[in-house]
Each structure stands twice: as C-alpha cells, then as structure tokens.
Design a protein around this ligand. Structure first.
Ligand code: GLC
Length: 511
C-alpha cells in the first residue's frame, strides 16, 4: 500500500482557516499554529488550496505567479517553515496546482495579449471571428455566459472555461508544457508531497474546438471537456513527479459528472494516483442513491486497479451538514465516508459539524455563489473566535459561539471527538484502511458492508432513514464506533437508531 491509499486527507482553504495578522483573511502562519490540533485529530495529509500570488478574482484559483506566496498569506519562508513543521509531525502536505488557466495578470498572459505577434501569443487559446459571435457554443462555469472574451485591442477571442480573468493555457504548445513542469519542480524541490490538480481533465482540448451538442450547451464546458490528449499530458506530468523520491502524489480534480470518465484519468497506473469522483458529493442522503454510488465506483475503478476517493464537502459545494439537514446525518455520513474503501478527503470544519454561513447579498464575494461553505473556522467562543479580528472576510458560520473547536474539544460527546475516534479506529484497522469491500444484505434504507484484510474484519452499518432499523448479522459483534457515541464497546444489539451509523468489530478477535 502507498501512503496516499491509507491516508486521511484534510483540505484547508487558507483564507478561512486562521488569521494571525489581523487582515481578516487566514494565512500560512495560521495553519502552522494549528498543526498540533491536526495531529490530535489524527489526519495524515493536508491539501492546502491555492496560496500563490493572485489578483484573487477566484480566491487564488487565478494565479499570477505559480512560484511565490501571495502576501495575503505570507511568504515563501512561511511556507517552508509550515512544510518543515508539518513533516516533523509526520503530516504530508499537498498543494493546489492550477494548470488549466492562469490569471489574466500573469506575465505570460500580459505578454500574449500585447500583440498578435507576441512570442507568447500561442501560450493561450485565441481564435479569429467577429465581436458579436463567439467561436463556439462553450459556456464558462461562471459568470453565466460564453467561455470566450473578445480582446478589442488585438481583435481576437480568447478562451476561458472560468472567469474572463482566467484565460486557458494552450497545453498543445510544448513551451507551455515545459514552463508548467517547471512550476511543479519548484515545489517538488521544496519538498511538497504532491499536488491536488485543479480541473486537470480540461488541460487537453480538441484542437478543432467543436460545438458541444445543442442539448448540452447549457452545461459549462469544464464539466464536459474530455479529450484523449489530456492523458498523454498527464503521463508526462506523472514522469515529472516520479523522478522525485518519496511517492509524490497526483490527486486530480476530474470535474465531470460521470464516474466511468473519471476512472480513465487513472490511466494504467501511469496518470493520476487519485481522482475526485463528484457524483457522490452530489448524492442526497438516501440509501438507494449511495448504494448505487458505491457500487458504481467499485465497478469502474476496481478493474483498473484504481484507488477510490471519497469526499462529502469541499470549497465549491454546500457542506454536507447543510445539505443533509442535521448533525445526526452529518455524523452518520462521517462513518460512511471513513468506512468505505478508498482515501477520504475531509474539508476543514466538517469535523465540528459546521453549516454553511448565511451570506447577506451585500457581502457576497464569489462569482460562483460558493461563499457559504468558505466561512471562517471558529476556533473558540468570543467575538473573534480565535482570529485577530471579529470581522473576517466572510461572516461566521451559524452558532459559532457554541460550535467552535475549543468548545467541541472539551465535549467528549461532540462530533469532533467522533471524527477523532473514527480516524483512530481506521488507522488501527488494516480492514478499514485497505481491506476488501463486500456489501451485506440489509433492510430498505440501510447500507451494510464488511471490510476484511488478513484476518482483520469490520462491519459498517448506515441507517439513512428517520426510523430505527433491525438487522441480523452472522456472528457476534461489538460496537467499535457509534455515530451518536452511544453504546460503544458494548455488544451490537441488532438494531440501528434513526440516521445513525456504526462500525462493528468481531466480539472475539481471531487467535
Ligand atoms: C476548481 C476549483 C474552483 C475553481 C475552479 C477554477 O473547480 O475547485 O474553486 O473556481 O477550479 O479554477
């Protein structure tokens, strides 16, 4: 097994984690100061969303210098210190690499835009046409509208799958490939353990840039783009990482809503190590839907030897606590995610059961409508919640006086302690970390499965309904973890409480 298969990953959105310099925006030093807390929680690896130089039109996913830290977050020296202190605690660190597009303020784009004869013109995707008719029917992800902007000064269109301030790089140009490989080496040389690769399935484009079929034309092009050339580009990127010692990992955001397409980006063990699979993130709290997601992932990934990932929340979607509607369900979902076969990715704040913030119209910042899930983490009660200011860049999430890290650390019955126990149980169990997965018969509304590895066995039961459920299991089992914390270490009674989940271990361990 590789470290990235057994690791529990923890996503940090740096703007929202912890502010130490009083500007209302989190920073790298804020992450460093919480490393001991993350070790206490038990996670193995951090994924830090972008902290590179950026005009912040898309909160840092619009990079103007891949090889420097934005002053908002600190300095390169701060990053080096953070990385060294994380490594000293046994935590791995992966960073966010944004290869599909740069900021329009990146020197490459400024040079490209300056003239049609610019040496860097072909580093981006330009097309002739008339200002009233974009070159094809592709939609941008946000704001609503075409994925093209007319550049008045040079009389051509340029492509942007996201904001007009995020022009797409032209990965068909070998100079772009070489320059972007260098940005990877910059961070690999500093010692990062790998990358989360932003919309990685978009870097290859069909050179003809054909229209998408009319019935799909309202879907953003970034959710549809899937061309063969990306796989070759990924294999080359993989070779860059593989030249370094220590199993540097590529975790790709393959943002298409079809697991069978996601699976292809693992290649034959020579492309991504891990890919995010979005359909489960969009799944409602429903046993039938989740069963289909779990079986789908196995059917598509297992034959390739591809290792699944599981996430319930991230910085682009409503938190699962908010989507599922109760803390009981959020707790049961944590048992589900940490009990499945694959690498779990937690999103900072889910371990304290945060809900999305309610962001009044006057404070909306994100053109993609994603502010709610990006609200700052409350570390303690009191007006500043452990930050340097009571008034951070986004409003606090609901109930922060009560629902904050310090208060929940003091309460052994809290969701935070549930996450900690779950992560610890996972780490101690080869079955949960790397074991096989076999679904067990269960009543409607309940998902049940067994994990096994070399004599180690666990059963996971998740009740998706608001009613108690009864379930007969062969053999004698004890409750190892209960999502509501009740009855742990006692024999399994055969019944499951509403919206609750259990991890069971054999009552008698094998000799
Ligand atoms: C990814 C990121 C998202 C960003 C987009 C453009 O989907 O997760 O936050 O807006 O790419 O970079």
């Amino acid at each position: 097994m590789s470290w990235w298969q057994t690791a529990v990953f923890y996503q940090i959105y740096p703007r929202s984690f912890l502010d130490t310099d009083g500007d209302g925006v989190g920073d790298l030093e804020g992450i460093r100061r919480q490393l001991d807390h993350l070790v206490w929680l038990g996670v193995d690896a951090l994924w830090i969303s972008p902290f590179f130089r950026s005009p912040m039109k898309d909160c840092g996913y619009d990079v103007s210098d891949y090889c420097d830290v934005d002053p908002l977050f600190g300095t390169l020296a701060d990053f080096d210190r953070l990385l060294a202190e994380a490594h000293a605690r046994g935590l791995r660190v992966i960073i966010d690499w944004v290869p599909n597009h740069t900021s329009d303020q990146h020197p490459w784009f400024r040079e490209a835009r300056a003239s049609r004869r610019s040496r860097k013109r072909d580093w981006y995707v330009w097309r002739d046409g008339s200002p009233d008719r974009p070159p094809n029917n592709w939609r941008a992800a946000f704001p609503k509208g075409p994925a093209w902007t007319w550049d008045e000064a040079t009389g051509q269109w340029y492509l942007h799958l996201f904001l007009p301030e995020q022009p797409d790089l032209n990965w068909a140009n070998p100079e772009v490939v070489a320059a972007m490989h260098d940005t990877l080496r910059f961070w690999l040389d500093r010692g990062v353990d790998g990358f989360r690769m932003d919309v990685i399935h978009c870097i290859g484009k069909d050179p003809a840039l054909p229209d998408v079929p009319a019935e799909r034309a309202i879907i953003p092009a970034c959710a549809l783009n899937d061309v063969e050339s990306t796989h070759g580009l990924l294999r080359d990127i993989r070779r860059v990482l593989d030249a370094y010692p220590g199993e540097r990992v590529m975790v790709g955001e393959v943002g298409v809503p079809w697991t069978e397409i996601v699976a292809r980006y693992y290649g034959n063990g020579d492309e991504l190590h891990l890919a995010f699979n979005f359909p489960p993130i969009f799944a409602p709290w429903d046993a039938v839907v989740w069963r289909a997601q779990v079986e789908r992932a196995a059917a598509e990934l297992d034959p390739r030897g591809a290792w699944p990932t599981w996430a319930l929340s991230n910085h682009d979607n409503r938190r699962h606590r908010t989507r599922y509607g109760s803390e009981a369900r959020a707790r049961a979902a944590a048992v589900l995610m940490l009990g499945l076969r694959g690498s779990p990715f937690l999103y900072a704040g889910e371990e304290i059961g945060l809900e999305d913030a309610v962001v009044p119209a006057a404070r909306v910042l994100d053109p993609g409508g994603r502010d709610g899930c990006r609200a700052p983490i409350p570390w303690e009660a009191g007006p500043t919640h452990g930050w340097r200011t009571a008034d951070p860049w986004l409003p606090w999430p609901p109930d922060a006086q009560r629902r904050n890290v310090a208060a929940l650390r003091d309460d052994p019955a809290s969701i935070l302690h549930l996450y900690r126990r779950l992560i610890k149980a996972r780490r101690a169990s080869p079955a949960l970390q790397e074991g096989s997965f076999a679904r067990l018969d269960s009543p409607a509304g309940v998902l049940a499965w067994e994990r096994a590895f070399a004599g180690d066995r666990r059963i996971v039961l998740v009740n998706f309904t608001g009613e108690p459920a009864v379930l007969a299991l062969p053999g004698a089992w004890n409750v190892e973890i209960a999502s509501d914390g009740r009855g742990e270490a006692a024999p399994f009674s055969g019944s499951l409480r509403p919206d609750a989940a259990l991890v069971l271990r054999p009552a008698r361990e094998p000799e």
